[in-house]
Write a new protein. Structure first.
Ligand SMILES: Nc1ncnc2c1ncn2[C@@H]1O[C@H](COP(=O)(O)OP(=O)(O)OP(=O)(O)O)[C@@H](O)[C@H]1O
Length: 689
C-alpha cells in the first residue's frame, strides 16, 4: 500500500511507531507500545503523527488522553497534530483537533479528574492547589505549632521537610527508607517528621487544599478502586505519554491502573535524557515498561538523529558513552559538517559574557536570528553577568527557568486574593491577603482566620468580624471585594480586574517599584483572559507557571527577535541552530550540590548531554578559569579556580576544537603593565610628611 501523504516524511521506524496497531481490525485496539529513542530522533514528531494518524483513522479525539511534561509541550503537540491532520482532513481538521481536550500535564489532568470524581472520593470539588512555596509555608506553620522550630539542635528547614515529604510519597517509599537513602543527616528526627507530616495532611484536608503531590496521590488512591479505575480508564480509548523517562513511580502506577492490559497505551522516552530524579522520577519506569504486560509491549527504537551535525553528535555520544548504565544505542546522522564543537577557555565570567555576546552578534551578522541561538546554564543564577552585558548592549533576550513570573511578591499577592475568594479555608492565601492590610500582622490574621473557619460560609462570616484597629476603610473594602468575588456567576476575567483595582493602592504602599510591578499585573490579566474561569486559571497557572514573562503574555515580543537564555532543565525538548553553554566546569556541572552519590553524578552527566544535544549547527562549551561562588551579596568577591567538567576527560578532547578567548596577541597592554613597578606604600607615607 502506498504511504499516506501525511506520513511521507517519516522514516521507516518512525512510521512503524506511528502506525502500530492502528486500523488492523475494526474495533480492535493497539497493544502497548514503547517508543524508545535518542535525542533529536523525532520522538515528539512521531508522537504527534501517531495522535494525528489515530484521528485520521477515526479515533474520537475526545477519547484520547495525551500527557506531556509541560503545558507548553502540550500546546505545541496539539498544534503539530492539527497541521498533520489538515493534510488529510482539510478544513474540518481544526474542529477535530479542538476536540483533543484531554491534552496536558499529569498534574493538570489529575486535577481535572479529581474535580469530576470529587463526590465519589469524598473530596470537596472546590479545592485549591498549593504550589511548592505555599506548601512549604503551610509546613512551616505546623512546624511552629508543634514546637519543632524551637528545638535545641536544628530541626530541618521547611524546604527540606517538604522535599522529604514529597520524595516519600512520590517514590512510594517509607519515611525511614527515604531518610536513610537521601537525608541521613536528619534521620534522628524521624518521629517528629512523621508527626509533622500527619499534621500537614490534616491541615490540608481541613483547609480543602491539595498540593502538587496530592494530585497524583489522590489520583492513585482513586484508581486503586477497581471500578473507579475502570470508569476512568474507559473514558479514553488511547493514552499517550511523552517524556516517560521523567515520570515517577506514582505516575506509572496510575497509568497501569487506567490501562491494566496496556491496550491503547503508548509511551515515549529516552533513558539518556532522564533529568528529574529530584522529583523522584525513575528511569526504571521506562526500562520496566515492556514487561508489565502479557504479551510484552512492542518496542520501537529510533536512533537516527535529525537535529545535530555529525561532529556535535559525536561529542555528545562521547559524553553519554561514559555513563555507567545505558540502554539506548548511540545515535547517527547524515548531517555532515567540518565544524567541531568548541571548548572555549576564558579568564572569568565577565570574559565569558563578552565572548558570547561577540559570537552571538557575529552569527547575527551572518544571517542567524537571535532566536535561533540560545545560551544554556545549569543554574539560573549563572546567567547574571551575561544578562548585565546583554542589557548594557541593548540585545533583547528572554530567560526561561529559574525565578518564575509567579514567584514575584506582587503577583503572589494578587493570586492570594483570587485564591482566598475561591477557597476561604485556604490559610496560606488568607494569611498573605489579610496581612496586606495596614495594621494587620500574623497574630491578628491568624485570629480572624480562626474565627471564620468554623462557619459554613466563611466569607459571609468575615463581614461580621469587627474591623481590626488601624485598618481603617481598607477592611470594609476587602470584605466587599471578597463577597463580590464569591457571588456565583460573576464574570471572568472581570473578577481579576476587580481584584487589581482593590490591590493597586496597597501595591503602592507595600512595594517601592510599584510602576514596574503594575505592568506585571496587567500582563497577568492578559494571561487570565485566556482561561474560561477563575478555577481553571488558578489551577493551570499554579501547576505549570509560565517559564518566562513572555511565555504567554507580552505577545508582541513574539514578533521581535531575541536571544534565548535558559536553564538546561527548561531547554528540554527544544532546539536551536547555535547553542552556548555557560560554566562547563566542575562545581557548576556537575553542580557542587550534586556530587554526593553516583546517581546524582550520573544525572548531571545526562544534563550535560541534554544541553549539548539541543544544538543543530554550532555548539560552544564555555570554560571560565575562575568563577564567583554563589551565596554572597552582589558585590562579594569570593571566587574559585575552576577546571573543565569531569564529564569531558582528556580522552574526549579529540571531539572538540579547544581555544582560548580572547586570542592572545603578543603586545597586549596587560603584559607590559606587568613589568611596571611603583611603590604605592611609599607614596602614601609621603602624603603626610
Ligand atoms: N523523518 C524526519 N525527517 C526529517 N526531519 C525530521 C524527521 N523526524 C524528525 N525530524 C526533525 O528532527 C528534529 C528533532 O525532532 P523532535 O523534536 O521530534 O525530536 P525529539 O526526539 O523529541 O528530541 P529530544 O528528545 O532531543 O527533545 C526536529 O527538527 C524535527 O523536525
Amino acid at each position: 500500500m502506498a504511504t499516506a501523504t501525511h506520513l511521507e516524511k517519516l522514516n521507516e521506524r518512525q512510521r512503524c511507531a506511528v502506525e502500530y496497531g492502528i486500523g488492523a481490525e475494526e474495533g480492535a485496539q493497539a497493544g502497548p507500545l514503547l517508543i524508545i529513542a535518542g535525542a533529536g530522533s523525532g520522538k515528539t514528531n512521531t508522537l504527534a503523527h501517531r495522535v494525528a494518524h489515530l484521528i485520521v483513522n477515526g479515533a474520537d479525539p475526545r477519547r484520547i488522553l495525551l500527557m506531556t511534561f509541560s503545558r507548553r509541550a502540550a500546546a505545541e503537540m496539539s498544534r503539530r497534530v492539527e497541521r498533520i491532520c489538515a493534510q488529510v482532513l482539510g478544513r474540518s481538521s481544526g474542529m477535530m483537533t479542538d476536540a483533543l481536550s484531554w491534552a496536558g500535564t499529569f498534574h493538570g489532568i489529575g486535577a481535572r479528574l479529581l474535580r469530576i470524581y470529587a463526590e465519589q472520593i469524598g473530596l470537596n470539588a472546590e479545592f485549591t492547589i498549593h504550589d511548592r512555596e505555599d506548601s512549604a509555608d503551610l509546613i512551616n506553620l505546623i512546624r511552629h505549632e508543634l514546637g519543632f522550630s524551637k528545638t535545641e539542635s536544628r530541626f530541618p528547614t521547611k524546604g527540606t521537610c517538604l522535599a522529604i515529604y514529597s520524595r516519600t510519597v512520590n517514590a512510594e517509599m517509607r519515611l525511614n527508607e527515604v531518610l536513610r537513602s537521601w537525608y541521613p543527616w536528619v534521620a534522628g528526627w524521624e518521629q517528629q517528621l512523621q508527626e509533622l507530616f500527619a499534621g500537614y495532611v490534616e491541615a490540608k484536608q481541613a483547609q480543602n487544599v491539595l498540593d502538587y503531590d496530592d494530585l497524583l496521590l489522590y489520583w492513585a488512591q482513586m484508581v486503586s478502586d477497581a471500578s473507579l479505575a475502570d470508569d476512568i480508564g474507559n473514558r479514553f480509548d488511547y493514552v499517550l505519554v511523552d517524556e516517560y523517562q521523567d515520570t515517577n513511580k506514582l505516575q506509572s502506577s496510575v497509568l497501569l491502573a487506567l490501562k491494566p492490559d496496556g491496550r491503547g497505551l503508548t509511551v515515549v522516552g529516552d533513558d539518556a535524557q532522564s533529568i528529574y530524579s529530584f522529583r523522584a522520577a525513575t528511569v526504571r519506569n521506562i526500562l520496566d515498561f515492556p514487561k508489565q504486560f502479557a504479551p510484552a509491549a512492542e518496542i520501537v527504537t529510533l536512533d537516527r538523529n535529525y537535529r545535530s551535525t555529525q561532529p556535535i553528535l559525536a561529542a555528545a555520544n562521547g559524553v553519554i558513552d561514559l555513563a555507567r548504565e545505558r540502554f539506548t544505542k548511540n545515535l547517527w546522522t547524515d548531517r555532515e559538517s567540518a565544524e567541531r564543537p568548541k571548548l572555549l577557555t576564558v579568564k572569568d565570567e565577565a570574559d565569558q559574557a563578552n565572548c558570547i555576546v561577540e559570537q552571538v552578534l557575529a552569527n547575527r551578522e551572518s544571517g542567524m536570528l537571535l532566536k535561533q541561538q540560545a545560551v544554556l546554564f545549569r543554574t539560573s543564577s549563572h546567567s547574571g553577568p551575561l544578562e548585565v552585558e546583554l542589557t548594557r548592549r541593548n540585545i533583547p533576550f528572554v530567560k526561561f527557568g529559574g525565578l518564575k513570573f509567579l514567584d514575584s511578591a506582587h503577583v503572589k499577592d494578587m493570586l492570594a486574593v483570587l485564591r482566598f475568594a475561591q477557597n476561604p479555608r485556604d490559610r496560606v492565601a488568607g494569611f498573605r491577603l489579610l496581612q496586606m492590610l495596614p495594621g494587620v500582622g500574623p497574630q491578628t490574621a491568624g485570629k480572624i482566620l480562626d474565627t471564620i473557619a468554623a462557619d459554613p460560609e466563611p466569607l459571609m462570616a468575615l463581614g461580621e468580624v469587627p474591623a481590626p484597629p488601624r485598618s481603617g476603610t481598607d477592611w470594609m473594602s476587602l470584605v466587599e471585594l471578597l463577597q463580590a468575588l464569591r457571588k456565583p456567576g460573576s464574570a471572568w476575567p472581570t473578577e481579576i480586574e476587580m481584584a487589581r483595582m482593590w490591590y493597586e493602592p496597597h501595591l503602592e504602599r507595600i512595594h517601592e517599584d510599584a510602576e514596574t510591578r503594575r505592568a506585571d499585573l496587567v500582563q497577568l490579566e492578559q494571561i487570565a483572559a485566556g482561561y474560561p474561569s477563575r478555577e481553571r486559571f488558578l489551577t493551570e497557572l499554579t501547576l505549570d507557571p509560565p517559564d518566562a514573562t513572555s511565555d504567554q503574555a507580552g505577545v508582541p515580543l513574539l514578533d521581535e527577535d531575541y536571544l534565548i537564555l535558559s536553564t538546561i532543565h527548561s531547554a528540554k525538548g527544544q532546539e536551536w541552530r547555535s547553542v552556548f553553554m555557560l560554566n562547563v566546569v566542575d562545581g557548576c556541572i556537575p553542580s557542587d550540590l550534586a556530587t554526593g552519590t553516583s546517581h546524582e553524578l550520573e544525572e548531571e552527566r545526562r544534563l550535560l548531554y541534554v544541553g549539548m544535544t539541543r544544538a543543530k549547527d554550532q555548539l560552544a562549551l564555555m570554560v571560565p578559569q575562575r568563577f564567583f561562588t554563589g551565596g554572597q551579596h552582589a558585590q562579594g568577591d569570593r571566587h574559585v579556580y575552576a577546571s573543565r567538567t569531569r564529564f569531558i576527560p582528556a580522552t574526549l578532547l579529540q571531539f572538540f576544537e579547544s581555544a582560548n578567548w580572547p586570542v592572545a596577541s603578543p603586545n597586549v597592554s596587560e603584559r607590559s603593565a606587568k613589568q611596571i613597578r611603583i611603590d604605592v606604600a611609599a607614596r602614601m607615607r609621603t602624603m603626610w610628611r
